[in-house]
Design a binder for this molecule. Structure first.
Ligand code: IPM
Ligand code: MN
Length: 355
């Protein structure tokens, strides 16, 4: 297979972990006889420094030309601490989501047997948890009308959703559930929010097209508790942008390390794959960041964008093997910690040794 992948390393540890994901993809290409071509593109604080724009049009154009996008992380503390900064790296992230039409953010939550003890939650609660949060990514408060009154003393962010936007994300969730354990939990705040009532009304209609899937409805406050008290009750959770943002950070503690969790953003023009962790600026350039989330994002890319399942499995087993043999970075190491590049090299070599 011949494929072209756009690579946006971004800020902080983004470029370092993304480089390990590319290593894994190259190993897959060599092992399975594919040709992957890469085009590096600018984004985030790195792009602000170079051209004053966190998401240059040239990067959007590159992504649209490619078959998939591999993404690192955006964010730099020099903008976090300046409330008056006119441009921020995060704006680049919102722009790429909007311009590529990446409306469905898919965040799987799963556990690794040998890492269970790293979770702050009791072993018997998290063991074998396996669910997916489908977060709507191009609507809601993130993109609704926002601003300040003239006197500057009142601010607003509007939460807007159309039936069309809700329908398409629900379909993603129901299709996914149909291929899994056949349960969808629609998370909203329908006792308070008008948008949530439209979500629920739409979900009640769409669910009828999926008679084999069970549909549950849960208020977001309750869901935030259930995710960590009874995570095994969930199969697919579908929710709006802001709720999904908060719940997925919460859910990541089930695994024990944020450095392990990949994600996919599926869209109209292409799909983008990225770790759910951020740019972790304190670790940038130190060769200590955990590359596994980025490498597992490359596995998601192979499976979802290119439908290369055995290839994706080869990456996942190599990651599992690295964990089992203790070839891991300091965030999850018990004894000796390995560097980002050592972990990446080990995983690439294991892929090449796949039987
Ligand atoms: C995420 C991040 C982003 C979001 C930020 C960096 C804009 O937290 O991908 O979850 O809020 O969506
Ligand atoms: Mn977030």
């Amino acid at each position: 297979m011949n494929k072209h992948i756009a690579v946006i390393g971004g800020d902080g540890i983004g470029p370092e972990v993304t480089a390990q994901a590319v290593k894994a993809l190259n190993a897959v290409a060599q092992k399975f006889g594919h040709t992957f071509k890469y085009t590096n593109a600018l984004g985030g604080a790195a792009a602000i420094d170079q051209c004053g724009d966190p998401m240059p049009d040239s990067t959007i154009a590159t992504c649209k030309e490619c078959d998939a996008v591999l993404f690192g992380a955006f964010g730099d503390p020099k903008y976090d601490n300046d409330p008056n900064a006119k441009v921020r790296p995060e704006q680049g992230l919102l722009k790429i989501r909007k311009d590529l039409g990446l409306y469905a953010n898919i965040r799987p939550i799963f556990t690794f047997e040998s890492l269970i003890h790293k979770s702050p939650i009791k072993k018997e609660i998290v063991e074998n948890s396996d669910f997916v949060v489908v977060r709507e990514l191009t609507g809601g408060m993130y993109f609704g009308m926002k601003g300040r009154t003239e006197d500057g003393k009142t601010a607003f962010d509007t939460n807007t959703y159309s039936t069309y936007e809700i329908e398409r994300i629900l379909k993603t969730a129901f299709d996914l559930a149909a291929s899994r354990r056949k349960k969808v939990t629609v998370v909203d705040k329908a006792n308070i929010l008008a948008t949530s009532r439209l979500w629920r009304e739409t979900a009640m209609r769409i669910s009828q097209e999926y008679p084999e899937v069970t549909t549950d409805y849960m208020f977001v406050d309750n869901a935030s508790m259930r995710i960590i008290t009874t995570p095994k009750d969930f199969d697919v959770i579908v929710t709006e942008n802001t709720f999904g943002d908060i719940l997925t950070d919460e859910a990541s503690v089930i695994t024990g390390s944020m450095g392990m969790m990949p994600s996919a953003s599926v869209g109209t023009y292409t799909s983008l794959f990225e770790p759910i962790h951020g740019s972790y600026p304190q670790a940038a350039g130190k060769n200590i960041a955990n590359p596994m989330a980025a490498i597992l994002s490359a596995a998601m890319l192979l499976e979802m964008a290119f439908e290369l399942k055995p290839e994706a499995e080869a990456i996942k087993s190599a990651v599992n093997k690295a964990i089992k043999n203790g070839i891991v970075t300091e965030d999850i190491a018990e004894g000796k910690a390995f560097s980002t590049t050592e972990v990446g090299d080990y995983i690439a070599t294991s892929i090449l040794e796949t039987k």
